[in-house]
Design a protein around this ligand. Structure first.
Ligand code: IPM
Ligand code: MG
Length: 356
């Protein structure tokens, strides 16, 4: 198989974690007889520095021409003061929207070897953590109207949260289909006691539920869900939710598994082309020091092989190699117990590659 991947190294630790991931992909290519070719794409702060734009059209076109896109992370303090539509994050939002990537899947799974790194009590962790947040990615408040203006001598800001039935139905279907392949439980998380958009989410999801009688469907308010995720995460299988709730809950979900550095994600639309990125940010405080954990990005590449290229065996091989490296006690600083030894980003890449 020959596949062309657009590679966005991005800002902060992005270049380091992507470098290790490309080494893993190259190893997979050699082992299984595939050729992966890469085009570097500038997005985020580095694109602002180079082009004065977080995602110039030429760079977006390169992503649209690729079979899939791999992303490290974007953003950092250097670009913090810029206006909303000039910030690095805007490049990412524009990319997601232009690629039509409405379905973002963020698995929160506890690796048993890392149970000690979870901030939750042992008795809670022992019940297991293995659920997926299916987040709507190109609608809602992120893409509504944003205005700041002066009214009666006072500055007022406003963000609107629009959702249509069609936008809800397509992500709802992904939620049900995902649940069907797992433990067959889907929970719609919303704020239907306050928001019209949430009441529409419930109506559409309840209608869809009739097509999936084999999936146990439930509904939960987002404030309660935030509490239940730390009280008893074992109750969740698949959570489906709107864009901003999904942003918040997926950070919470990642932390209880031990480290945000471990969690991959996939973003897909109608075709097979997707965007794959770890859910963590650019961690500017440790950038360029060979301290970052590359596993979230490496596991994102495994998701790319599985969902965009249908290479299940190769995806499993990567996941097994990560598992074996953890079993051997290899830990980056974010995973190591206080005072225990840890390795750098490149050495973690090596530890995975030798086990492939
Ligand atoms: C994420 C990030 C982004 C988001 C930011 C960087 C715009 O937090 O992928 O979760 O809010 O979607
Ligand atoms: Mg986020």
């Amino acid at each position: 198989m020959e596949k062309h991947i657009a590679v966005i190294r991005g800002d902060g630790i992005g270049p380091e974690i992507v470098e290790q991931t490309l080494r893993v992909l190259d190893r997979i290519g050699r082992k299984y007889g595939h050729t992966f070719t890469y085009t570097d794409v500038a997005m985020g702060g580095c694109a602002i520095d180079q082009y004065g734009d977080p995602l110039p059209q030429s760079q977006l076109d390169a992503c649209l021409a690729a079979d899939s896109v791999l992303l490290g992370a974007v953003g950092g303090p250097k670009w913090e003061g810029l206006p909303g539509d000039k910030r690095p994050e805007k490049g990412l939002l524009r990319l997601r929207s232009a690629m039509g990537l409405y379905a973002n899947s963020r698995p929160a799974r506890l690796w048993p070897q890392l149970a000690d790194a979870s901030p939750l009590k042992q008795s809670i962790v022992d019940k297991g953590i293995d659920f997926i947040v299916v987040r709507e990615l190109i609608g809602g408040v992120y893409f509504g109207q944003h205005t700041t203006r002066t009214v009666d001598g006072e500055v007022r800001a406003e963000d609107t949260m629009p959702y249509s039935e069609g936008e809800i139905r397509r992500i709802g279907r992904i939620g049900f289909e995902t649940a069907r392949k797992r433990r067959k439980k889907l929970c719609c998380v919303d704020k239907a006691n306050v928001l019209d958009t949430s009441r529409l989410w419930r109506r559409v999801l309840e209608e869809l539920a009739k097509d999936y009688p084999d999936v146990a469907f439930s509904e939960m308010f987002v404030d309660n869900a935030a509490m239940q995720i730390v009280r008893d995460p074992s109750q969740f299988d698949v959570i489906v939710t709107e864009n901003m709730f999904g942003d918040i809950l997926s950070d919470e979900a990642s932390m209880i598994t031990g480290s945000i550095g471990m969690i991959p994600s996939s973003s897909l639309g109608e075709g097979s082309r997707g965007l794959y990125e770890p859910i963590h940010g650019s961690a500017p405080d440790i950038a360029g020091q060979d301290k970052a954990n590359p596993i979230g990005t490496i596991l994102s590449a495994a998701m790319m092989l599985r969902y965009s290229f249908s290479l299940e065996e190769e995806a499993k091989a990567i996941e097994n190699a990560v598992n074996a490296a953890l079993n051997a006690g290899v830990r980056t600083a974010d995973l190591a117990a206080p005072g225990a030894a840890s390795v750098g980003c490149r050495a973690m890449g090596d530890a995975v590659i030798v086990r492939l």
